[in-house]
Design a protein around this ligand. Sequence first.
Ligand code: 9MR
Length: 579
Amino acid sequence: MTEVPRVRVNQVGYLPDGPKAATLVTDATAPVPWRLLRDGVAVAQGESQPRGHDPSAGLDVHVVRFDEVREVGSFVLEADGATSDPFAVAENLYDGLRVDSLVVFYGQRSGVTIDEALLGPGYGRAAGHVDVAPNRGDGAVPCLPAGHATTADGVDLYDGWTAGYVLDVTGGWYDAGDQGKYVVNGGIAVAQLLGLYERALRTGTTDPLGDGSLRVPERGNGVPDVLDEARWELEWMLRMRVPAGEPYAGLVHHKVSDERWVPLPTLPADDPQPRYLHRPSTAATLNLAAVAAHGARLFAPHDAAFAEQLLGAARDAYDAAHDHPVLLAPDTNVLADAGSGPYDDADLDDDRLWAAAELFLTTGEDRYADDLRANPCTPVFRPEGFDWNHVAAWAYLQLATVPSALPERDTVRAAVVEAADALRDQQATQPFGHPYVPTTGRYDWGSNGLVLNNLALLAAAHEITGDPAYRDAVLGGVDYLFGRNALGVSYVTGYGTRDVRNQHSRWYAHQLDPSLPHPPRGTVSGGPNSDCPDPVSAALAGSPAQCCFVDDIGAYGVNEMTINWNSALAWVASYLARG
Ligand code: 9MR
């Protein structure tokens, strides 16, 4: 790959009727001329806007705006003696991404053979975690034995919890590049899949991803494919419930995972580790309540019995979480052999808000509206954005956009627009165009997921107000993910000239074993993380936030794939696509 050009553009391209901006890295203090070239001929020109030193990138930059260009074609941008990578101005740039980013979920499926005819040549693999050696299988997983959650100092993170049953927890999605399956990042991922489908139905601006639209095994079954994909995880989440008669009956296990981390690469079918159910948590239970309620209203026209099962499960989980309001998932990273991520969460008011919101939207019952009122959950919006651990803003987006008789609906809509306006003000300060200005100045683990969810907030404001300025804000922010950033990389595999391909994964491990594939097209990397928490990115510690990234499979703290970041990408791609 050639050296990264100093003119940073969206390498995928720009929509003809959308905003168009690039970022030029230069020491020049005065405006410099730029030219937009097509086949070597200048079709537009102007002068750059100096923006000084950008601390997030550690670079001196100018912004180049060429919004008025509407002509379609392939272009390069020239300024200050530098030439950008080629890029398109074209319609429908994001239609393929919408499909690809959703098909990534099929590749995360556990318990089923992955068919290369669907995921792509070289992407087939044997079913993982079925009861075939060396797997111990997920068909009868025991609860974690006592003592296994005890720290070196003798603290039992699970407070003496023991239980003697086994559960069939086959299926579901692997959360990321590891072999664990976790309810709380599954929850937000399911929600965004259901949400993007519901949005498409509601707005009619994109086709609603009907049957046959995705490359999934269920295509042709008469049910919209995105619902089939979401169901794969929903059914697994239902299996994660504690059985009646057991301690914490009705709550949901936080995770099922290996006793120890397996090395890279290890295909799911080759994982020899014992697997355990970890202690239930209130957070996981509220996640099930939220997405089961959400799924109930979307499955109703397609499978009434499943919809009814989901609604019953949502109500029961909500009640169980009420009875056990603070059973927290602890930080299991402190264990010597954690074997799984913690997804710890000490603040559950946002989860409660989300579950009440979806139950209200599906049932319209006062009980849930009363619970919403009793739980203001401030602040709902954080400048960092929402994620699996902070779901209040997502709940607000749902309450603001899904039709309901909530008396305070207009207030919620106004709050979403106000938050979007604040975000747009912050975005205007960013010479790389992205709406992500964390209060600490440090980028979080999964910053790309946060950027994407901030874009979803702007998109919701567009839906609420009809003001195209919010759509422009989304498009301007997307540029950052596709190359208009400090490193000049596209963070989505298969999209852009310099795309990331070595996201941390035990099976998409081409970097370590060339017989294995890269992650499939449409896989987003977690992105810069100022903490540089893994041995590979540790070398970058102290770098400007945007530079805390490397496309290396060992850099799990900055360059992993997860279902919850891909769901954010799929949501935004679905908003941008046109049916
Ligand atoms: O996405 C998670 C991030 O918000 C946390 O800060 C981080 C540390 O606990 O964990 C991330 O989730 C990882 C999980 O723990 C294990 N599987 C991979 C996930 C993505 O890196």
